[in-house]
Design a protein around this ligand. Structure first.
Ligand code: FAD
Ligand code: HEC
Length: 340
């Protein structure tokens, strides 16, 4: 994939500002260099994004979401092991001490424990994060020795990775406070003119790496549609690019497996929620819906308004002509007569 890029990936560049206008985008990095483009995708975590100057300003709610959603803190401690330290305990432990979780691994294929990782989160990560290196390392080891008294001399602390202090993320992943998902859920991801947002924090149905992938599929489709908006009015929309938004959750061809959502082969003109082997919500099963164009328009605009309690977490962002194109595409692609 990297080899297919027209230009090399620029490393060690820190974006400090993004300026948007009607025809393009100018991204400025901290070394003063400027980069021009038609569109820009930011997958920068919210904690780091809030330090970037975006002009014109984002809508107030979106900027507040970026400023206020905090990231959970994680501290990871790596150690090497030269002997049996565990005595009466197991080598790995989940503890109620400040070093929290202790994971023992064997990295040399012998089956003997060679490495240890402590995983600390939240308040405990912040506790050690605030200390001087030497005092911190001693406190980490002392806590470990209090659990495993035989361990002294058998382990070496190699590295502490403090995600909460890394300026490129300042944490690990969003830790929403009560009410923040309700308030900000729909405000994080909408594009701002030619600036589009991807990244795990914009995903609806997945977390972690899968969330990052999900967001990239959505943002590609968004850009293709944005391009259509800016292209001459006569340029045809590509309905396939509209379906990219649905692809993470739906397959279209006969016999293809269900994904997060059901396979849609042959659905049009039929009752809702009848695809075999898919675990539908009671809400959709009992909705009494038969899929025609007008119901689909409502469904693909706001599924939870049409069927409160549905499992389809999707926000409609399509314009009317795009919606019509997508519906026609869906009908043809899933029609047993056209695609037997
Ligand atoms: C310790 C740890 C363990 C994890 N374990 C798992 C796991 O087991 N399974 C799993 O699925 N997920 C795991 N995750 C989560 C997963 O790594 C993330 O969800 C995923 O990497 C998010 O991808 P992303 O592209 O949204 O953001 P990132 O991978 O964070 O990418 C954002 C990029 O933006 C760059 N950046 C930030 N600021 C700027 C700036 N100003 N200018 C230029 N670039 C900037 C950063 O350098 C970074 O490269 C883990 C995360 C952590 C921290
Ligand atoms: C995040 C995953 C997700 C996305 C994205 C998504 N869907 Fe769905 N979809 C679902 C789920 C889950 C259901 C089942 C809902 C239920 O049981 O309440 C569903 C149901 C449906 C149904 C009804 C199927 C039936 O058997 O009655 C249709 C039609 C549909 N989706 C079309 C689409 C289209 C078109 C898109 C893209 C614009 C889309 N979906 C985007 C998850 C998704």
């Amino acid at each position: 994939m990297a080899a297919k890029l027209k230009n090399p990936v620029l490393l060690e560049k820190f974006v400090s500002s993004i300026a948007l206008n009607d025809t393009g985008v100018v991204v400025t990095t901290s070394d003063g260099k400027k980069y021009e483009a038609d569109y820009v995708i930011s997958s920068i975590p919210l904690t780091a994004l809030r330090k970037i100057n975006i002009t014109p300003a984002l809508p107030a709610l979106q900027q507040r979401a970026i400023n206020e959603i905090d990231y959970s803190k994680t501290l990871i401690v790596q150690l090497t092991v030269t002997g049996e330290y565990w005595g009466e305990h197991t080598p790995s432990l989940w503890t109620d001490t400040k070093i929290e979780r202790i994971f023992a691994t064997s990295l040399d294929g012998s089956g003997n424990v060679t490495n240890l990782t402590f995983w600390l989160t939240g308040a405990n990560a912040e506790y050690f994060s605030g200390m001087q290196t030497e005092a911190r390392d001693k406190a980490l080891l002392d806590t470990f020795y209090a659990i495993y008294p035989k361990a002294e001399g058998l382990v070496t602390l190699e590295k502490v990775v403090d995600w909460g202090s890394d300026p490129l993320i300042l944490g690990t992943w969003p830790a929403y406070k009560p009410g923040q998902i309700r308030e900000f859920g729909n405000a994080i991801a909408p594009p701002h003119g030619r600036l589009h947002f991807a990244g795990e924090h914009t995903a609806l149905s997945n977390t972690g790496m899968e969330g990052a992938m999900e967001s990239s599929e959505r943002v590609v489709s968004e850009i293709l549609r944005n391009k259509n908006k800016h292209a001459v009015a006569t340029a045809a929309l590509d309905p396939k690019s509209l379906f990219v938004t649905c692809m993470a959750c739906h397959s279209l061809n006969e016999g293809e497996p269900h994904k997060l959502g059901p396979n849609l082969y042959g659905f049009f003109g039929q009752s809702a929620a009848i695809q075999e082997g898919f675990n539908y919500s009671p809400a959709l099963k009992n909705a009494g819906i038969v899929w025609d164009k007008s119901i689909l328009r409502k469904w693909l605009t706001a599924p939870d308004k049409l069927v409160p309690g549905t499992l389809m977490t999707y926000r409609g962002t399509l314009s009317e002509p795009e919606l019509e194109q997508l519906i026609d595409y869906l009908i043809t692609q899933t029609n047993p007569k056209v695609n037997p």
